[in-house]
Design a protein around this ligand. Structure first.
Ligand SMILES: [Zn+2]
Length: 354
């Protein structure tokens, strides 16, 4: 006898590779009905079936025996900038990849004492006059951020114990997702294909969701998260002096200083009232006329996460793990472990959409 495979892990493994039940069944020459029954826990998967699934989905068989409950009531997840045309199957794939990554994080960080000077909190926006800006100000002060720009948003999140992972989603339709499950650090899962300014805004937006919307939000969560993000990255009180008498030619310099896209700066100029509406309108026209609304020039340097990298280095250097042993620890095949965690982000392959 062997312990039963975890039906939730069977579903997660399949979805993380972008396969439907029928596709998987065809590939391993079983019936779709059988896949459905084992995924629903109606019949146990035989060891032979698990091995066939594991080979096809390129996971070690141990992946499917992990005991975790992946998605439950004690976990909250958000998506950012999901374009309307985003196919739901692709979204399910990226979401499953995020949950798989969460398991990697759990395994990699479980034995380590992660020292974070700050911590994540939940703040009910209603307690702060329904103002997401106020919540952003409170969080900035709790995390002891000095006035002015946030030089490195990834570092701010890591300093509070959050984990940031950049991954190629294989689609420009989704900027990022976040997830906060019990017993796990908050995870920010960001599309590696978006420019750095948009990644920063995505991180701040997701941070707003995790802080304000842990309990189901009442008003308009997307607007609230956007307002939070802008105030967190560029508090109105600090940025308004830079925006007064703004000229279009100043936008590249301000983009570098504040780490915000030119479009976001124009938006801030309008929202804060630093610039009259007619001038804001003319900026939008100039931005479009120059083609900057599709591809914005003056890219910012990308921000690099370091928490997982440090955890991996520690396993190698102090705990004497081999690549194979580390891959086994997170239930990946060694080649995928290397491609996900040891190559530069730009070269990380999207292994799910084959
Ligand atoms: Zn959102």
């Amino acid at each position: 006898m062997f312990p039963s495979a975890n039906p939730e892990m069977l579903i997660l493994g399949r979805q993380s590779r972008g396969k439907s039940q029928v596709e998987l069944a065809n590939r391993i020459q079983r019936s779709a009905g059988l896949i459905s029954k084992v995924e629903n826990g109606i019949v146990p998967a035989t060891l032979g079936l698990v091995e066939d699934i594991a080979t096809d989905l390129r996971y070690p068989a141990s992946f499917f025996f992990r005991p975790e409950r992946v998605r439950g009531s004690d976990s909250v997840c958000f998506h950012h900038r999901k374009r309307q045309a985003m196919p739901s199957k692709l979204l399910a794939t990226v979401e499953a990849q995020m949950h798989v990554t969460q398991l990697h994080i759990k395994s990699l960080l479980s034995e380590l004492e992660v020292q974070s000077p700050n911590g994540f909190v939940t703040l009910d926006v209603d307690t702060y006059d329904g103002s997401p800006q106020r919540v952003a100000q409170i969080l900035r002060s709790l995390w002891r951020l000095p006035a002015g720009p946030v030089p490195d948003m990834v570092r701010v999140i890591e300093s509070a114990g959050g984990v940031v992972v950049f991954r190629h989603f294989g689609t420009p339709k989704l900027d990022g997702l976040s997830c906060w499950a019990k017993g796990c650090p908050p995870l920010f899962f960001v599309n590696a294909e978006i420019p750095a300014d948009r990644a920063r805004l995505t991180l701040a937006h997701e941070l707003g969701h995790l802080v304000m919307h842990f309990t189901p939000p009442t008003a308009n969560p997307e607007t609230e998260a956007n307002e939070f993000a802008l105030e967190f990255l560029a508090p109105a009180a600090d940025i308004v002096p830079d925006l007064r008498n703004l000229r279009f030619a100043q936008l590249p310099g301000l983009k570098a200083k504040w780490g915000l896209s030119m479009a976001a700066l124009i938006m801030a100029a309008g929202k804060t009232g630093a610039v009259p509406p007619s001038k804001v309108k003319s900026f939008w026209v100039l931005l479009s006329r120059n083609g900057y609304r599709t591809v914005e020039p003056f890219p910012l340097p990308s921000e690099k996460p370091s928490m997982l990298q440090r955890a991996i280095a520690l396993h190698y250097d102090e705990h004497d793990y081999s690549v194979e042993e580390l891959a086994a620890l997170v239930d990946l095949l060694p080649e995928e472990f290397v491609s996900l965690y040891e190559s530069p982000e730009e070269e990380r392959p999207l292994s799910v959409l084959s």
